[in-house]
Design a binder for this molecule. Structure first.
Ligand code: OGA
Ligand code: NI
Length: 352
Protein backbone atom coordinates (compact mmCIF):
# COMPACT_ATOMS: atom_id res chain seq x y z
CA UNK A 1 0.00 0.00 0.00
CA UNK A 2 2.87 2.34 0.80
CA UNK A 3 4.21 1.95 -2.69
CA UNK A 4 0.77 2.71 -4.08
CA UNK A 5 0.48 5.95 -2.14
CA UNK A 6 3.96 6.98 -3.14
CA UNK A 7 3.08 6.40 -6.77
CA UNK A 8 -0.10 8.39 -6.25
CA UNK A 9 1.85 11.31 -4.79
CA UNK A 10 4.18 11.30 -7.75
CA UNK A 11 1.32 11.27 -10.19
CA UNK A 12 -0.12 14.36 -8.57
CA UNK A 13 2.79 16.35 -9.90
CA UNK A 14 1.72 18.11 -13.03
CA UNK A 15 2.53 16.10 -16.08
CA UNK A 16 1.04 16.53 -19.50
CA UNK A 17 -1.11 13.84 -20.96
CA UNK A 18 0.28 12.61 -24.26
CA UNK A 19 -2.91 13.74 -25.89
CA UNK A 20 -2.08 17.32 -24.85
CA UNK A 21 1.36 17.04 -26.41
CA UNK A 22 -0.23 15.77 -29.57
CA UNK A 23 -2.76 18.62 -29.60
CA UNK A 24 0.14 21.09 -29.47
CA UNK A 25 1.32 19.70 -32.81
CA UNK A 26 4.92 19.48 -31.70
CA UNK A 27 7.49 18.72 -34.37
CA UNK A 28 9.74 17.04 -31.84
CA UNK A 29 8.97 14.95 -28.77
CA UNK A 30 9.97 16.46 -25.41
CA UNK A 31 13.29 15.26 -24.01
CA UNK A 32 11.67 13.17 -21.25
CA UNK A 33 10.28 10.79 -23.86
CA UNK A 34 13.49 10.19 -25.79
CA UNK A 35 15.08 6.80 -25.23
CA UNK A 36 18.84 6.28 -25.10
CA UNK A 37 19.92 5.19 -28.57
CA UNK A 38 20.51 1.56 -27.59
CA UNK A 39 16.96 1.18 -26.26
CA UNK A 40 15.06 2.55 -29.23
CA UNK A 41 12.58 0.27 -30.96
CA UNK A 42 14.47 -1.02 -33.94
CA UNK A 43 12.27 -2.27 -36.77
CA UNK A 44 10.58 -5.48 -35.69
CA UNK A 45 10.22 -8.60 -37.75
CA UNK A 46 6.83 -9.48 -39.13
CA UNK A 47 5.95 -12.63 -37.20
CA UNK A 48 5.28 -15.70 -39.38
CA UNK A 49 1.58 -15.20 -40.24
CA UNK A 50 1.64 -13.02 -37.13
CA UNK A 51 1.49 -15.00 -33.88
CA UNK A 52 -0.26 -18.40 -33.84
CA UNK A 53 -4.02 -18.39 -34.38
CA UNK A 54 -6.02 -20.92 -32.40
CA UNK A 55 -9.54 -21.78 -33.48
CA UNK A 56 -11.47 -22.46 -30.29
CA UNK A 57 -14.14 -24.26 -32.29
CA UNK A 58 -11.71 -27.04 -33.13
CA UNK A 59 -11.56 -30.41 -31.40
CA UNK A 60 -10.93 -30.07 -27.65
CA UNK A 61 -7.78 -32.20 -27.41
CA UNK A 62 -6.34 -30.43 -30.43
CA UNK A 63 -6.91 -27.00 -28.84
CA UNK A 64 -5.37 -28.10 -25.55
CA UNK A 65 -2.22 -29.21 -27.34
CA UNK A 66 -2.02 -26.00 -29.33
CA UNK A 67 -2.70 -23.70 -26.39
CA UNK A 68 0.01 -25.44 -24.36
CA UNK A 69 2.51 -25.34 -27.19
CA UNK A 70 2.08 -21.64 -27.98
CA UNK A 71 2.06 -20.71 -24.31
CA UNK A 72 5.42 -22.37 -24.08
CA UNK A 73 6.96 -21.11 -27.34
CA UNK A 74 5.57 -17.57 -27.58
CA UNK A 75 3.63 -16.89 -24.41
CA UNK A 76 1.19 -15.23 -26.83
CA UNK A 77 -1.49 -16.52 -29.16
CA UNK A 78 -4.64 -15.22 -30.77
CA UNK A 79 -7.99 -16.90 -30.58
CA UNK A 80 -10.79 -17.13 -33.11
CA UNK A 81 -14.28 -18.46 -32.39
CA UNK A 82 -13.74 -17.25 -28.84
CA UNK A 83 -17.46 -17.09 -28.18
CA UNK A 84 -17.64 -13.30 -27.80
CA UNK A 85 -19.93 -11.53 -30.22
CA UNK A 86 -17.99 -9.52 -32.75
CA UNK A 87 -20.58 -6.78 -32.43
CA UNK A 88 -19.80 -6.56 -28.72
CA UNK A 89 -16.10 -6.13 -29.52
CA UNK A 90 -17.00 -3.34 -31.93
CA UNK A 91 -19.15 -1.67 -29.28
CA UNK A 92 -16.31 -1.90 -26.78
CA UNK A 93 -13.97 -0.15 -29.20
CA UNK A 94 -16.59 2.47 -29.93
CA UNK A 95 -17.48 3.38 -26.34
CA UNK A 96 -13.79 3.43 -25.42
CA UNK A 97 -12.94 5.76 -28.27
CA UNK A 98 -15.86 8.01 -27.37
CA UNK A 99 -14.50 8.38 -23.87
CA UNK A 100 -11.00 9.26 -25.10
CA UNK A 101 -12.51 11.78 -27.51
CA UNK A 102 -13.92 13.80 -24.61
CA UNK A 103 -12.00 16.89 -23.54
CA UNK A 104 -9.15 16.42 -21.12
CA UNK A 105 -11.03 18.22 -18.35
CA UNK A 106 -14.07 16.03 -18.82
CA UNK A 107 -12.09 12.80 -18.73
CA UNK A 108 -10.30 13.93 -15.58
CA UNK A 109 -13.55 15.01 -13.99
CA UNK A 110 -15.29 11.72 -14.69
CA UNK A 111 -12.38 9.45 -13.83
CA UNK A 112 -9.83 11.12 -11.56
CA UNK A 113 -6.78 9.07 -10.65
CA UNK A 114 -7.23 7.55 -7.20
CA UNK A 115 -5.89 4.60 -5.25
CA UNK A 116 -8.13 1.56 -5.84
CA UNK A 117 -8.02 -1.75 -3.98
CA UNK A 118 -4.74 -2.97 -5.33
CA UNK A 119 -3.72 -0.39 -7.88
CA UNK A 120 -4.29 3.17 -8.98
CA UNK A 121 -7.41 3.65 -11.02
CA UNK A 122 -8.70 6.37 -13.29
CA UNK A 123 -7.65 8.31 -16.38
CA UNK A 124 -3.98 9.20 -16.36
CA UNK A 125 -0.42 7.98 -16.69
CA UNK A 126 0.26 4.74 -14.89
CA UNK A 127 3.86 3.88 -14.62
CA UNK A 128 6.73 4.89 -12.50
CA UNK A 129 7.08 8.62 -13.09
CA UNK A 130 10.35 9.10 -11.28
CA UNK A 131 12.67 11.80 -12.54
CA UNK A 132 14.97 9.30 -14.16
CA UNK A 133 12.55 7.18 -16.15
CA UNK A 134 11.91 7.93 -19.77
CA UNK A 135 8.18 8.44 -20.26
CA UNK A 136 5.97 6.33 -22.49
CA UNK A 137 3.89 7.81 -25.30
CA UNK A 138 0.55 6.58 -23.95
CA UNK A 139 -2.44 7.70 -21.90
CA UNK A 140 -4.66 5.16 -20.18
CA UNK A 141 -7.90 4.52 -18.40
CA UNK A 142 -7.70 1.88 -15.69
CA UNK A 143 -10.36 0.37 -13.47
CA UNK A 144 -11.56 -2.90 -12.01
CA UNK A 145 -14.29 -4.82 -13.77
CA UNK A 146 -14.95 -7.65 -11.33
CA UNK A 147 -15.79 -8.85 -8.68
CA UNK A 148 -18.53 -6.47 -7.47
CA UNK A 149 -16.68 -5.88 -4.19
CA UNK A 150 -13.86 -4.01 -5.95
CA UNK A 151 -15.57 -2.53 -8.98
CA UNK A 152 -16.36 1.11 -8.30
CA UNK A 153 -18.79 1.94 -11.08
CA UNK A 154 -19.23 5.45 -9.71
CA UNK A 155 -15.74 6.17 -11.08
CA UNK A 156 -16.29 4.60 -14.48
CA UNK A 157 -16.86 6.91 -17.45
CA UNK A 158 -20.38 8.32 -17.61
CA UNK A 159 -19.97 9.34 -21.22
CA UNK A 160 -20.99 7.64 -23.36
CA UNK A 161 -23.87 6.47 -21.20
CA UNK A 162 -23.61 2.96 -22.69
CA UNK A 163 -20.06 2.60 -21.37
CA UNK A 164 -21.08 0.81 -18.20
CA UNK A 165 -23.46 -1.76 -19.62
CA UNK A 166 -21.09 -2.49 -22.50
CA UNK A 167 -18.13 -3.14 -20.21
CA UNK A 168 -20.19 -5.12 -17.72
CA UNK A 169 -21.26 -7.40 -20.54
CA UNK A 170 -17.76 -7.67 -21.92
CA UNK A 171 -16.40 -8.42 -18.45
CA UNK A 172 -18.76 -11.38 -18.10
CA UNK A 173 -17.72 -12.68 -21.50
CA UNK A 174 -14.03 -12.33 -20.76
CA UNK A 175 -14.46 -14.24 -17.50
CA UNK A 176 -16.14 -17.07 -19.40
CA UNK A 177 -13.36 -17.12 -21.97
CA UNK A 178 -10.53 -17.02 -19.41
CA UNK A 179 -12.24 -19.74 -17.40
CA UNK A 180 -12.23 -21.93 -20.48
CA UNK A 181 -8.63 -21.06 -21.30
CA UNK A 182 -7.49 -21.74 -17.74
CA UNK A 183 -9.07 -25.18 -17.97
CA UNK A 184 -7.15 -25.92 -21.15
CA UNK A 185 -3.93 -24.46 -19.78
CA UNK A 186 -4.24 -26.77 -16.74
CA UNK A 187 -4.88 -29.77 -18.92
CA UNK A 188 -1.99 -28.81 -21.16
CA UNK A 189 0.30 -29.28 -18.17
CA UNK A 190 -1.20 -32.65 -17.36
CA UNK A 191 -3.00 -31.19 -14.34
CA UNK A 192 -6.63 -31.55 -13.38
CA UNK A 193 -8.67 -29.20 -15.62
CA UNK A 194 -9.86 -27.42 -12.47
CA UNK A 195 -6.39 -26.87 -11.08
CA UNK A 196 -6.10 -23.14 -11.87
CA UNK A 197 -9.77 -22.44 -11.27
CA UNK A 198 -9.65 -23.90 -7.79
CA UNK A 199 -6.39 -22.19 -6.99
CA UNK A 200 -7.34 -18.63 -7.95
CA UNK A 201 -10.76 -18.67 -6.23
CA UNK A 202 -12.77 -15.57 -7.14
CA UNK A 203 -10.89 -13.94 -10.01
CA UNK A 204 -10.11 -10.24 -10.09
CA UNK A 205 -10.46 -8.61 -13.48
CA UNK A 206 -8.79 -5.30 -14.27
CA UNK A 207 -9.17 -3.15 -17.36
CA UNK A 208 -6.58 -0.94 -18.98
CA UNK A 209 -7.43 0.98 -22.13
CA UNK A 210 -4.26 2.24 -23.75
CA UNK A 211 -4.55 5.27 -26.01
CA UNK A 212 -1.53 6.10 -28.14
CA UNK A 213 -1.82 9.42 -29.98
CA UNK A 214 0.23 9.86 -33.17
CA UNK A 215 3.83 10.78 -32.42
CA UNK A 216 6.12 13.11 -34.42
CA UNK A 217 9.19 10.91 -33.78
CA UNK A 218 8.00 7.36 -33.18
CA UNK A 219 11.48 5.85 -33.60
CA UNK A 220 12.75 7.65 -30.50
CA UNK A 221 10.09 6.60 -27.99
CA UNK A 222 8.30 3.70 -26.38
CA UNK A 223 4.54 3.57 -26.74
CA UNK A 224 4.54 1.17 -23.82
CA UNK A 225 7.93 0.15 -22.47
CA UNK A 226 9.07 -3.48 -22.61
CA UNK A 227 7.46 -5.41 -19.76
CA UNK A 228 5.83 -8.69 -18.90
CA UNK A 229 2.35 -8.75 -17.40
CA UNK A 230 2.31 -9.43 -13.67
CA UNK A 231 -1.00 -11.27 -13.63
CA UNK A 232 -2.20 -14.73 -14.70
CA UNK A 233 -3.63 -14.25 -18.12
CA UNK A 234 -4.28 -11.21 -20.34
CA UNK A 235 -6.89 -10.75 -23.08
CA UNK A 236 -6.35 -7.88 -25.50
CA UNK A 237 -8.47 -6.30 -28.22
CA UNK A 238 -6.25 -4.68 -30.78
CA UNK A 239 -7.53 -2.24 -33.33
CA UNK A 240 -6.44 -2.39 -36.92
CA UNK A 241 -3.27 -0.38 -36.34
CA UNK A 242 -0.12 -2.41 -35.65
CA UNK A 243 1.94 -1.55 -32.61
CA UNK A 244 2.12 -4.54 -30.27
CA UNK A 245 5.41 -6.44 -30.38
CA UNK A 246 6.54 -9.53 -28.54
CA UNK A 247 10.07 -10.65 -27.84
CA UNK A 248 11.12 -14.16 -28.68
CA UNK A 249 14.78 -14.88 -28.08
CA UNK A 250 16.67 -11.74 -29.03
CA UNK A 251 14.16 -10.55 -31.59
CA UNK A 252 10.99 -8.48 -31.53
CA UNK A 253 8.02 -9.60 -33.61
CA UNK A 254 5.09 -7.46 -34.65
CA UNK A 255 1.70 -8.87 -33.80
CA UNK A 256 -0.90 -8.12 -36.47
CA UNK A 257 -4.04 -9.78 -35.18
CA UNK A 258 -6.43 -11.29 -37.67
CA UNK A 259 -9.74 -9.39 -37.67
CA UNK A 260 -12.21 -10.59 -35.06
CA UNK A 261 -9.56 -12.34 -32.97
CA UNK A 262 -8.46 -11.63 -29.43
CA UNK A 263 -4.84 -11.66 -28.34
CA UNK A 264 -4.13 -13.78 -25.26
CA UNK A 265 -0.91 -13.81 -23.29
CA UNK A 266 0.52 -15.63 -20.32
CA UNK A 267 1.37 -13.50 -17.28
CA UNK A 268 4.14 -13.93 -14.71
CA UNK A 269 1.93 -15.80 -12.24
CA UNK A 270 1.21 -18.57 -14.73
CA UNK A 271 4.89 -18.81 -15.51
CA UNK A 272 5.51 -19.39 -11.81
CA UNK A 273 2.69 -21.89 -11.27
CA UNK A 274 3.67 -23.83 -14.38
CA UNK A 275 7.23 -23.93 -13.01
CA UNK A 276 8.52 -22.14 -16.09
CA UNK A 277 6.77 -24.33 -18.64
CA UNK A 278 4.60 -21.43 -19.83
CA UNK A 279 6.29 -18.20 -20.81
CA UNK A 280 5.36 -14.75 -19.62
CA UNK A 281 6.84 -13.03 -22.66
CA UNK A 282 8.24 -9.55 -22.72
CA UNK A 283 6.25 -7.25 -24.97
CA UNK A 284 5.95 -3.57 -25.80
CA UNK A 285 3.96 -1.19 -27.95
CA UNK A 286 5.38 1.15 -30.57
CA UNK A 287 3.66 4.20 -32.02
CA UNK A 288 3.47 5.84 -35.42
CA UNK A 289 3.28 9.31 -36.98
CA UNK A 290 -0.14 9.43 -38.51
CA UNK A 291 -2.67 7.31 -36.62
CA UNK A 292 -3.82 6.98 -33.08
CA UNK A 293 -3.86 3.42 -31.74
CA UNK A 294 -6.02 1.99 -28.98
CA UNK A 295 -5.89 -1.34 -27.18
CA UNK A 296 -8.37 -2.70 -24.65
CA UNK A 297 -6.61 -4.96 -22.18
CA UNK A 298 -8.19 -7.19 -19.53
CA UNK A 299 -5.93 -8.61 -16.82
CA UNK A 300 -7.05 -11.72 -14.96
CA UNK A 301 -5.72 -12.04 -11.40
CA UNK A 302 -6.26 -14.49 -8.56
CA UNK A 303 -8.11 -13.46 -5.46
CA UNK A 304 -5.99 -11.97 -2.66
CA UNK A 305 -4.16 -14.31 -0.27
CA UNK A 306 -3.66 -17.04 -2.82
CA UNK A 307 -0.24 -18.59 -2.51
CA UNK A 308 1.40 -18.58 -5.92
CA UNK A 309 3.94 -21.37 -6.24
CA UNK A 310 5.02 -23.97 -8.78
CA UNK A 311 2.47 -26.81 -8.88
CA UNK A 312 3.98 -29.72 -6.88
CA UNK A 313 2.80 -32.11 -9.62
CA UNK A 314 5.22 -30.44 -12.03
CA UNK A 315 8.28 -30.85 -9.86
CA UNK A 316 10.47 -33.94 -9.96
CA UNK A 317 14.12 -34.85 -10.25
CA UNK A 318 14.40 -33.76 -13.85
CA UNK A 319 12.23 -30.66 -13.29
CA UNK A 320 13.46 -28.97 -10.13
CA UNK A 321 11.40 -26.26 -8.57
CA UNK A 322 12.33 -22.94 -10.19
CA UNK A 323 10.54 -20.26 -8.16
CA UNK A 324 9.87 -19.17 -4.62
CA UNK A 325 6.28 -18.77 -3.45
CA UNK A 326 4.59 -15.41 -3.18
CA UNK A 327 1.16 -14.19 -2.14
CA UNK A 328 -0.95 -13.06 -5.07
CA UNK A 329 -1.50 -9.51 -3.85
CA UNK A 330 2.20 -9.04 -3.25
CA UNK A 331 2.98 -9.51 -6.85
CA UNK A 332 1.44 -6.26 -8.20
CA UNK A 333 0.96 -5.51 -11.84
CA UNK A 334 4.20 -4.39 -13.32
CA UNK A 335 4.89 -1.96 -16.06
CA UNK A 336 8.56 -1.70 -15.23
CA UNK A 337 10.94 -2.44 -18.00
CA UNK A 338 13.41 -5.16 -17.21
CA UNK A 339 16.12 -2.66 -18.12
CA UNK A 340 14.85 0.02 -15.77
CA UNK A 341 14.43 -2.31 -12.87
CA UNK A 342 17.40 -4.55 -13.44
CA UNK A 343 15.18 -7.56 -12.87
CA UNK A 344 11.56 -8.32 -13.52
CA UNK A 345 9.85 -9.56 -10.33
CA UNK A 346 9.52 -13.03 -11.78
CA UNK A 347 13.27 -13.24 -12.23
CA UNK A 348 13.79 -12.09 -8.68
CA UNK A 349 11.84 -15.14 -7.53
CA UNK A 350 14.07 -17.65 -9.25
CA UNK A 351 15.57 -20.05 -6.72
CA UNK A 352 19.31 -20.28 -6.91
C1 OGA B 1 -0.44 -3.77 -21.52
C2 OGA B 1 0.07 -4.03 -22.87
C3 OGA B 1 -0.03 -3.63 -25.24
C4 OGA B 1 -0.72 -2.78 -26.24
O1 OGA B 1 -1.32 -2.89 -21.37
O2 OGA B 1 0.02 -4.46 -20.58
O3 OGA B 1 0.98 -4.78 -23.01
O4 OGA B 1 -0.70 -3.13 -27.40
N1 OGA B 1 -0.48 -3.39 -23.91
O5 OGA B 1 -1.30 -1.76 -25.86
NI1 NI C 1 1.33 -5.93 -21.20
Amino acid sequence: MDALLKQFERLKRPIDMVQTLHDRQLKEVPARYILPSDQRPVPAIEAPQSIPVIDLAAHHSEIVTQVAKESQDWGFFQVLNHGIDLSLLERIKRVSKEFFDLSLEEKRRQCPVRPGTRMLEGYGRFFDISDVTVLDWVDALVHYISPPSVKAVEHWPKTPHTYRETYEKYGEEVLKLTDKLLGMLSEGLGLDPNYFRTLIKEPLLQLRINYYPPCPQPDLVNGLRPHSDGNLLTVLIDDQVDGLQVRKGEEWFTISPVPGSLVVNIGDLLQIISNGKYTSAEHRAVVNTNQYRMSVVMFLNPQDDVLIAPAPELIDETHPRLYQSILSQEYGTTYMSKDNRGKAPVEALILS
